[in-house]
Ligand binder design. Structure first.
Ligand SMILES: Nc1ncnc2c1ncn2[C@@H]1O[C@H](COP(=O)(O)OP(=O)(O)OP(=O)(O)O)[C@@H](O)[C@H]1O
Ligand SMILES: [Mg+2]
Length: 252
C-alpha cells in the first residue's frame, strides 16, 4: 500500500495516534470509534515507515478472532510483515511462550492445555471420588474458588484456612489441591496457569526474561481497559526500559 492510500484510510486523529513518536502511549476512545483500526495501522506504520522488524513486535488482542483479522489486514497493508508477526491474546501469547520456556519448571514443552470443559470434568471427577454426586453444588463452588484464588495468584500452598470464609471452604481447598496434583501428573495446565507460569518464569529466570526483552521492542495492547493485574505484570516483565508500550481502550 502506498503511503498516500495509508494516510487516506485514517481520519486526522487516527493518523496522529498512528504516527505518534511517544514511547508510551495510551489511547482512550469510544466503542466502534476505530481503536482496533489505529492499532492495526500503527503496526503497519512501524514496519513500513519506521522499518521495525516484524518479529520485534508483540501485539495483544482480546480474542483470537480479532488477532487473525488484524494479522490479515496488516499483511494486506505491508506484505513483508507476513509470518513473523506475534499478534495473540494474553493466553495465546503465554502458551506460545511456555511451549519454548516451560522446561525450567519441570514440565515438557508438549504440555496439555485444559479448557473450561476439561477443568469442570476434572473437578467433577475429584468431587465424585470424594463421595459427592456429580451435580453437587460443590463443583461450581470449587471452580469459582480456584478461579478466584488464581486471579490473586494463589495456589493451594499459599492458602491457610483458620476460619472458613464461606461454608465448605476447606472442602474446596481439598479439591483444589487434588486438582493441582492431577494436573501436574498429566503435565497439564489450565487457562489461569498459562498466565501464572509465564510470569513465574519471567520473574525467576533472568536469562529467559532477558532473551524475551531483548527480542521485543514494541508491545501493543488492544482493549487495554480489560487487562487484569496478572496480564499487566506480564507486560512489565516483557518490556525493557527502551521498549515502547502502545495501548488502546475504552474508558475503563
Ligand atoms: N478512518 C476510517 N475509515 C473507514 N472506516 C473506518 C475508519 N475508522 C474505523 N473504521 C471502521 O469502523 C469500524 C469500527 O472500527 P474498529 O473496530 O477499529 O473500532 P473499535 O473502536 O476498535 O471498536 P470496538 O469498540 O468494537 O473495539 C470498522 O469496520 C472499521 O474498519
Ligand atoms: Mg476494537
Amino acid at each position: 500500500m502506498q503511503y498516500e492510500e495509508f494516510v487516506s484510510s485514517l481520519n486526522d486523529k487516527q493518523l496522529l495516534a498512528v504516527e505518534s513518536p511517544s514511547q508510551y502511549l495510551r489511547i482512550v476512545a469510544g466503542a466502534g470509534s476505530g481503536k482496533t483500526r489505529v492499532l492495526t495501522y500503527r503496526i503497519s506504520y512501524l514496519i513500513s515507515q519506521l522499518k521495525v522488524q516484524p518479529w520485534k513486535i508483540v501485539a495483544i488482542t482480546f480474542t483470537n478472532k480479532v488477532a487473525n483479522e488484524m494479522k490479515n489486514r496488516i499483511v494486506k497493508i505491508v506484505p513483508e510483515a507476513s509470518k513473523d508477526l506475534t499478534i495473540r491474546t494474553f493466553h495465546s501469547f503465554a502458551a506460545y511462550f511456555l511451549r519454548q520456556e516451560i522446561e525450567v519448571l519441570g514440565y515438557p514443552t508438549n504440555f496439555t492445555i485444559l479448557d473450561e470443559e476439561d477443568q469442570t470434568k476434572l473437578v467433577k471427577d475429584i468431587a465424585v471420588s470424594m463421595g459427592y454426586k456429580k451435580n453437587d453444588p460443590i463443583v461450581k463452588k470449587t471452580i469459582n474458588y480456584i478461579g478466584y484464588n488464581k486471579l490473586h495468584e494463589k495456589y493451594p500452598g499459599d492458602i491457610k484456612i483458620i476460619h472458613e470464609k464461606f461454608e465448605d471452604e476447606k472442602v474446596c481447598l481439598e479439591i483444589f489441591e487434588e486438582y493441582e496434583n492431577q494436573k501436574e501428573r498429566q503435565s497439564a495446565l489450565d487457562f489461569d496457569d498459562l498466565l501464572l507460569k509465564t510470569n513465574q518464569i519471567l520473574a525467576s529466570y533472568p536469562l529467559v526474561q532477558a532473551k524475551w526483552r531483548n527480542r521485543i521492542d514494541h508491545i501493543l495492547v488492544d482493549e487495554f481497559q480489560d487487562t487484569n493485574d496478572t496480564e499487566y505484570k506480564m507486560i512489565k516483565y516483557l518490556l525493557k526500559p527502551s521498549a515502547s508500550l502502545y495501548v488502546v481502550g475504552e474508558r475503563g
